[in-house]
Design a protein. Sequence first.
Length: 255
Amino acid sequence: MGNVNKILIATALPIYGAGSGILVNLQSAYHRMHNKQVHIITANNRDDFEKRDDIGYTVVPFTSQVPGAPVLEGAAPFNYLMFTTHTESTENFWNIGLKELEIYNDTFKRTLDKVIAEFNPDVIHAQHNWLLSSMCTRYNIPVVTTVHGTDLIGYEKSLDYLEKIISENGKKYPLITDSFNYFVGMTENAISYYNNIIFNENYDYVISHKIIRFNDHIDVIYNPLNIIFDYRVRDIAEYIKNSFFNNTDIFKELN
């Protein structure tokens, strides 16, 4: 692992009662065997679960669904969210609204800000390719993500969720309706990308760019931090997206 000594493992689920939790415990035990410092961020509605003395733990607090159960300080007013179910939570991403989703993100962000400032990890190991792993990329620290499978189910379900948002908010916020196809395409692309990586070893990806804008300088195009491997159509899609949000008539330009 080179000069990596301090590892932050971030999971949006408890570290027990599910397969991903078992894996987190095995990963952390392995790192300790190699004398690495380990800190785990884990969502939970309680903090009395089994812990190792040589590993740090920070709970992202949520509220238990059990009547009369103790409430953790600063807890979100609902239980931690699952892709399916957990032994101690039946809440999932598909039965909450936008307000709850905002609270969910803010609860994790506060915890990440605090732990990263105090622990100062060399690398972050995020569990599930989902909201938390995306948040972890904002700290200018290398991020490794483990895909567990249920997160891929989440991408498929998110299509139905997006359609629900459109039906509820489309008239009030026309931009949501106008940009809907883009976000559906992003979801489908993520599913397709993963399937090709796993099942199609011979698929050829090309050097593309994270962002392509109609007024970009040449330095942006050749900036190595803006380069990514993806489908051939990515640059065209990014250009059309940015033209749309800048009210540029892309079809007139193409003609």
